[in-house]
Design a protein around this ligand. Structure first.
Ligand SMILES: [Zn+2]
Length: 280
């Protein structure tokens, strides 16, 4: 399909920047640059409604900036149809959300993903495959809801059970007695069902699909609970750097010199004096 003539530069009142330029200072993790995001008008409407809802339900309200890896791309699949969007991050005052931060910002990530899952059938997240660790892909080629044979939806349910509702399960994308058992306990605890409504896998999967929007609302509420008005001080961000180094470098030889460079920076008397303001 040729590129749709329609494009957007903002969504629900918030500028959207492209942060995948190879030019210095404009790549992933920066504020990126203004961009024409081409997609169909119908898809743009869905995106706008999705972000409108996100601003309404997130305790931080509307963000300052949305960061995206793009919409239309001349290739097969949903991007080539102008019906896909890749989210890299969202910036609020006092809070930087970057999709790569899933390992140490899990609950916030899952709350945002739950909002997306109310508006888009296909959502590919951090756990889906290595290519989706640095962005959330959404498209509308499949219907919104639950499907126990869709790996991406099962992965989300398992992550939500584990990290939002204190029902830890194996996050492997495969439906089984463990996932179903935890999901059954959850829907009963949330008052969405009585045991007799969900006493077989088939009934449970049908209920999860039918009540998907309500379940997503519960995920949003749980994920955004207790985040407070200002979430990250520079001290928190320093802690996040160490968490990322551990996550990404593990026992690699590069970890020690990088960690010690960060520590040297943090321990400099001027840095320390600055960071001291944020210690409680
Ligand atoms: Zn994509």
């Amino acid at each position: 399909m040729p590129r749709p003539a329609n494009f957007f530069r903002t969504l629900s009142g918030v500028p959207v920047h492209y942060d995948r330029s190879s030019e210095p200072g404009l790549g992933y993790g920066t504020r990126g640059q203004t961009w024409r995001f081409h997609c169909t008008t119908a898809f743009q409407t869905k995106l706008r409604r999705c972000f409108q809802e996100l601003w309404a339900v997130c305790p931080l309200g509307p963000a300052n900036l949305i960061l995206s890896a793009g919409t239309y791309v001349d290739k097969p699949g949903s991007h080539g149809l102008g019906r896909a969007f890749d989210l890299d991050g969202i910036l609020w005052n006092g809070k930087t959300f970057i999709t790569l931060s899933y390992p140490h910002d899990t609950r916030f990530y899952l709350a945002i993903e739950a909002v997306f899952r109310k508006h888009f059938g296909t959502v590919l997240n951090y756990n889906y495959d290595p290519a989706h660790r640095d962005h959330l892909h959404v498209d509308d080629l499949s219907p919104v809801g639950y499907n126990a044979t869709h790996r991406s939806r099962v992965l989300f349910l398992q992550a939500a059970l584990t990290h939002l509702f204190n029902h830890p399960v194996m996050i492997d994308g495969i439906t089984g007695p463990q996932t179903d058992g935890a999901a059954r306990d959850l829907v009963i605890a949330l008052g969405l069902a009585q045991f007799a409504d969900v006493n077989t896998s088939t009934k449970l999967h049908t209920l999860l699909d039918n009540d998907w929007l309500m379940l997503m609302d519960e995920c949003v509420a749980a994920g955004f609970a207790n985040i407070g008005p200002i979430l990250q001080t520079p001290l928190d961000l320093l802690g996040a750097i160490y968490a990322v180094l551990e996550q990404e470098l593990g026992s690699s030889a590069a970890r020690k010199p990088i960690e010690s460079a960060v520590t040297t920076f943090a321990n400099h008397s001027d840095s320390e004096a600055f960071l001291d303001q944020f210690r409680v």
